[in-house]
Design a protein around this ligand. Sequence first.
Ligand code: NAG
Ligand code: NAG
Ligand code: NAG
Ligand code: NAG
Ligand code: NAG
Ligand code: NAG
Ligand code: NAG
Ligand code: NAG
Ligand code: NAG
Ligand code: NAG
Ligand code: NAG
Ligand code: NAG
Length: 544
Amino acid sequence: MVPLGSLHGACCSLLISLLLVCLLPPGKGQEFLLRVEPQDPVVPARGSLLVNCSTDCPHPELITLETSLLKETVSNGVGWVAFQLSNVTSDSKVLCSSFCNGFQMTGSSDITVYRFPEHVELAPLSPWQPVGKNLTLRCWVAGGAPRTHLSVLLLRGEEELSRQQAVREPAEVTTTVLAGRDDHGANFSCRSELDLRSQGLGLFQNSSAPRQLQTFVLPVTFPHLTVPRFLEVGTSGPLVCTLDKLFPASEAQVQLALGNQMLNTSVSSQGDMLTATATATASAEQEGTREIVCNVTLGGESRETRKNLTIYSFREPTMNLSESTVPEGTTVNVTCAAGARVQLTLDGVPAVAPGQLAQLQINATERDDRRSFFCSATLEVDGLILRRNRSVQLRVLYGPKIDPTKCPQHLTWKDGTTHILQCQARGNPDPQIQCLQESSGFQPPVGIPFRVSLNYSGTYCCRAANSQGTHTLTVVMNVQNRNPLVVTIVMAVLVILGLVTVTAASLYIFGVQKRNDIYHVNQGSTWLPLTSKQPNEVLREEPS
Ligand SMILES: *[C@@H]1O[C@H](CO)[C@@H](O)[C@H](O)[C@H]1NC(C)=O
Ligand SMILES: *[C@@H]1O[C@H](CO)[C@@H](O)[C@H](O)[C@H]1NC(C)=O
Ligand SMILES: *[C@@H]1O[C@H](CO)[C@@H](O)[C@H](O)[C@H]1NC(C)=O
Ligand SMILES: *[C@@H]1O[C@H](CO)[C@@H](O)[C@H](O)[C@H]1NC(C)=O
Ligand SMILES: *[C@@H]1O[C@H](CO)[C@@H](O)[C@H](O)[C@H]1NC(C)=O
Ligand SMILES: *[C@@H]1O[C@H](CO)[C@@H](O)[C@H](O)[C@H]1NC(C)=O
Ligand SMILES: *[C@@H]1O[C@H](CO)[C@@H](O)[C@H](O)[C@H]1NC(C)=O
Ligand SMILES: *[C@@H]1O[C@H](CO)[C@@H](O)[C@H](O)[C@H]1NC(C)=O
Ligand SMILES: *[C@@H]1O[C@H](CO)[C@@H](O)[C@H](O)[C@H]1NC(C)=O
Ligand SMILES: *[C@@H]1O[C@H](CO)[C@@H](O)[C@H](O)[C@H]1NC(C)=O
Ligand SMILES: *[C@@H]1O[C@H](CO)[C@@H](O)[C@H](O)[C@H]1NC(C)=O
Ligand SMILES: *[C@@H]1O[C@H](CO)[C@@H](O)[C@H](O)[C@H]1NC(C)=O
């Protein structure tokens, strides 16, 4: 009822004024105007405003200001009154009125309030935006007046994407952007612009906090994972996982895991290619088939590749001899052992079943000395055949044997020459060999060159000995006197000369007897004429 009453009162006063204007006869007062200054001002919200109602009427009466705003008369003068309006919160019309010579004068001014938006906010962006998909930017502007002068801009950096007038409260403005690679890292923001330049004021901007966009490309293909098929316990193998056409490759996360064990992964990127490497080390507890997982995550999505790796353990077989060095005739057990599932073959004889020992029993003979027993182990892992070998050598102790072919039993040597007495014997340990001349006890060196003399002739007893026994062999050495060629030749010449002389002498004597028919045998001087004549014959021949 109260507002109705006051409204009624206001209507009555306005009616009275109108009546007065109509009823009062026109006169001098009509020429004068009532000015309201400033005209149609734009003021900041809650600001104050000095309104000057002035007229040229020489004697104006009752200059008043009609307003719903708080007002205060601050000063007046001849033909003017100044009012201070304060806490101007909304647009309003002020009306000045006065009387001049009984005529009412009125003037009005429209006050426009301007205020900056209280809130400008850009809606949060999705943390990662796929390249090639539309992105909606949404901005809210709360408050701000006058709306006719308020526009909302959506910006990428400083680039204007959209400009719209603010309507409704709060004003909501949207625009769509096709996300590209260039948008990765771009800052988007929203800005309100209150353009009061036409009112003689400025351009007032309020901006939202920027939001940075992350765009990405994650191909639908799976990462390419390279892993070894097999890995032996205690060894390491390289794992390489690559994925191409990835953007931004440097921001992708890669996880390489062996089973449920995360591996220390080093990641590098070149262009759109991502490469992750790790080293898988196989431990005994991981034996069996294990999965290697490569998981590439980008923009909240991930791509995964799995591959199987077989971890196996295959130690060399162990070989044992019941005794490594045995005397001849001893029974020796040869054993070869390996892990489960390993098939063993000892000296060509396979064990009864995989995982079983391979065993061999021998009666050690001389021929088994230095014999190598060979054990081969075979393991099949997921279709892969693995082999390992081991061998062990047996030593058999046996008595010495002098090999007659390596120890000539009849030696014929010349006196004064150098020879080697060859005599070799087998045996383990290596036998010592000595030859002894039975008659004199003389021991020629065996296997070392020595000078032979006549008195070395004789029968020798060669004896080979080691810890396992002895063996003897008789060797006859015949050293002959030296008979040089010169002596033989001289002797031969002498014999021939003798024969020639005898023949010549016989012929001479026989011939003389034939001529004389007398044959005197001069027993004493058979040789003399020959010997005495010879020098004479030589002398006679000389002058010729
Ligand atoms: C009001 O207007 C009159 C006439 O223009 C002027 O003389 C006077 O100084 C003004 N008063 C104020 C307070 O500005
Ligand atoms: C100004 O006006 C508003 C409402 O119109 C009121 O809430 C506020 O208290 C006023 N301020 C002053 C200083 O009078
Ligand atoms: C993105 O939006 C524009 C218009 O807003 C539309 O023409 C275009 O087809 C959209 N593109 C995609 C990939 O949605
Ligand atoms: C976006 O803003 C951040 C910090 O506010 C700045 O580090 C980055 O350089 C800006 N990006 C661009 C493309 O200007
Ligand atoms: C809006 O901008 C004006 C100047 O342009 C500034 O005085 C005011 O504080 C800003 N408002 C907000 C909420 O930031
Ligand atoms: C991972 O590897 C780096 C070097 O390649 C090394 O310094 C670091 O100690 C490793 N971390 C682990 C937990 O093995
Ligand atoms: C890949 O790794 C991410 C981050 O660790 C994880 O959230 C996601 O579940 C993994 N993906 C798969 C298929 O395991
Ligand atoms: C890995 O091996 C398991 C059985 O051991 C099998 O089910 C799985 O399909 C294999 N995975 C791959 C990638 O070959
Ligand atoms: C081993 O063989 C030797 C000769 O062949 C024989 O005398 C000996 O009795 C055998 N020993 C065993 C334990 O069979
Ligand atoms: C060799 O093995 C057999 C059984 O295989 C065993 O009776 C014998 O005692 C073993 N001999 C030695 C010397 O270990
Ligand atoms: C071989 O001998 C070693 C030590 O002498 C022993 O530990 C191993 O068990 C033996 N192996 C076999 C197959 O007898
Ligand atoms: C095992 O021995 C065979 C010959 O018997 C040979 O070909 C192979 O290379 C050997 N393997 C290893 C691992 O020594």
